[in-house]
Ligand binder design. Structure first.
Ligand SMILES: [Cu+2]
Length: 533
């Protein structure tokens, strides 16, 4: 959890599975994320006020966008348990608008903010607006007067993730919550994204009765942009003193007439001292509760990534606040595909190769969006992350591992150790029972009965609910899985903390832990990742 700039990266990555697994398994999250939103060609949004909640118990007066009509749920298998994705409830971030490349998109924005808030508008950076938008001319774009509506029309020419946000008095209106994401899906799918390994990864998901929640097979129409799973993270921060000023001034001007003298807000947005650091409008641990959870009526999107080893996981990342957010995805680097909808292709071979950087922290500047691929395998650990035990009498624990050209066991997508890194196959973490110092593996497990290990030691370093059996055999001694809150019959993946590397941002109102942090879990094959909630 500390920024470890002074140590070589490789040592961090090698240590993390062990260290972080122990830290995070207490958090037995059952809700997963995906990138839910609304799809269509016409979106009717309203800007309006409501209160959003933070884990310290505060309710913060905010402004956000609501989907007032039209718009259907995407992906179709993720929807609120009550109401619809378009039930005129203001939300922060605003509804994720999901469209397809080449579509002409219309956004009607109605200004239902308090009259004293004045005009409002939306900017769509990277998307060229057609001329003839209605509304009144503002500094940056056409605006909606209080009670009025402005219409924006654009054609989504290129795929990728982008931000949208208020173009009126941005220091106040974006801070208050008027921001969201647009996802443009490619109009064509590269053939290798529906064949080969990409097809096998779907076969593996289906074999374990897992639904797929992706919006597309590829982030861009490029053979290097295939993915198996996707998550959207919008990073922002809030200074509650700004929100309180706005709340008090709006209340004091509740009967004023828009545009009349004195009917405006004079909120000081500097000095800027944020207390809340949010992923998709929620702070840790709220961000690990389900999408559309009823306790967050105005913060429907969570941040709770799960994956299986080897899956290509698309991260859609946007900096929506005023500050830079150096977000660190523990477990591997993120290979950037594109930024702000601009695919970063190789100069020498643009049709087959990409040239995006491999990032340790996916640092966003305000307004910047990026698409990147993350994946985790057990490669390089020097022990068998799948818990196979050559001494076992259990045939399941003696699975074979046949390396492909890259060293992974990919020939049988229905195998429980699909995508195992074969070089470490049969290198058990510890052959002898737990607590036995003379264990033969590269790691000696602590005795789970020794309380100095603390209540945080709650997990098996093995993959999955079945891995303890696979590790020790049906008659062997069970490793210390399930000692605390981590039953091997439920989820028991590797957990990695994903968090801001600005340590102040992993607090909530100055209390650690909180803020811009989540746990990513690498689940074993037999654990069904259900992203529908
Ligand atoms: Cu870190």
């Amino acid at each position: 959890m500390k920024p470890m700039n002074t140590k070589p990266v490789i040592s961090i990555i090698k240590l993390l599975p062990v260290v972080i697994a122990a830290v995070a398994l207490l958090l037995t999250a059952t809700a997963h994320a995906a990138a839910p939103g609304i799809t269509g060609t016409t979106f009717n949004l309203t800007a309006q006020a409501a209160y959003i909640s933070q884990p310290d118990g505060s309710m913060v007066y905010s402004w956000g966008y609501a989907c007032s009509s039209g718009g259907t749920a995407a992906p179709a298998n993720i929807a609120p348990t009550t109401g619809t994705v378009c039930s005129n409830v203001m939300q922060v971030p605003g509804p994720t608008l999901i469209v397809t490349q080449g579509q002409t998109v219309t956004v009607n924005l109605t200004n239902n903010l308090p009259a004293a808030a004045g005009n409002t508008s939306i900017l769509f950076p990277g998307l060229n607006l057609a001329t003839g938008s209605s509304g009144v001319a503002g500094l940056l774009t056409q605006e909606a007067v209080p009670g009025g509506t402005v219409t924006y029309t654009f054609t989504a020419l290129t795929p990728g993730t982008r931000a949208y946000y208020s173009g009126t008095q941005g220091d106040l209106q974006v801070e208050m919550g008027l921001y969201g994401a647009i996802i443009v899906l490619p109009s064509a799918t590269p053939t290798n994204c529906t064949s080969g390994l990409a097809a096998q990864n779907r076969t593996a998901q289906a074999h374990w009765s897992e639904s797929n929640y992706t919006l597309a097979r590829a982030a861009y129409n490029h053979p290097q942009a295939c993915y198996d799973r996707e998550y959207l993270f919008q990073f922002s921060e809030m200074d509650p003193r700004i929100h309180r000023q706005a709340q008090e001034q709006v209340a004091a001007r509740s009967t004023c007439v828009a545009g009349a003298p004195g009917c405006s807000l004079e909120v000081a947005t500097e000095p800027y001292l944020p207390a809340y650091y949010m992923i998709n409008g929620r702070s840790m641990p709220d961000d690990m509760d389900p999408n559309y959870a009823p306790e967050y009526p105005h913060q429907p999107y969570n941040g709770n990534p799960h994956m299986h080893p080897g899956e290509q996981v698309l991260l859609r990342i946007i900096g929506q606040g005023r500050w830079q957010h150096p977000f660190h995805e523990h477990g591997n680097h993120v290979r950037v595909l594109g930024r702000d909808g601009n695919l970063i292709v190789s100069q020498s071979d643009p049709t087959n190769s990409l040239a995006g950087p491999l990032l340790f922290t996916t640092t966003t500047t305000p307004g910047q969006a990026m698409d990147g691929i993350f994946y985790w395998t057990a490669k390089g650990l020097n022990w068998d992350a799948y818990g196979h035990n050559p001494a076992s009498s259990d045939p399941v624990a003696k699975l074979s591992c046949i390396p492909d050209a890259n060293g992974y066991n990919t020939s049988a997508p229905t195998a429980i150790n699909y995508f195992e890194w074969c070089q470490d196959h049969n290198k058990p973490l510890q052959v002898a029972p737990f607590g036995d110092i003379a264990g033969l593996g590269p790691v000696t497990l602590p005795d789970a009965n020794i309380l100095t290990n603390g209540a945080w030691y709650g997990g098996s370093p093995y993959l999955g609910p079945d891995a303890t059996v696979r590790a020790s055999g049906p008659t062997g001694t069970t490793p210390p899985s399930g000692t605390i809150a981590n039953s091997p019959t439920s989820e028991a993946g590797f957990a990695f903390m994903w968090h801001s590397h600005n340590e102040r941002e992993i607090t909530t109102n100055n209390i650690f832990p909180g803020g811009m942090m989540m746990m990513m879990l690498v689940d074993s094959r037999e654990f069904v990742i259900d992203e529908s909630n």
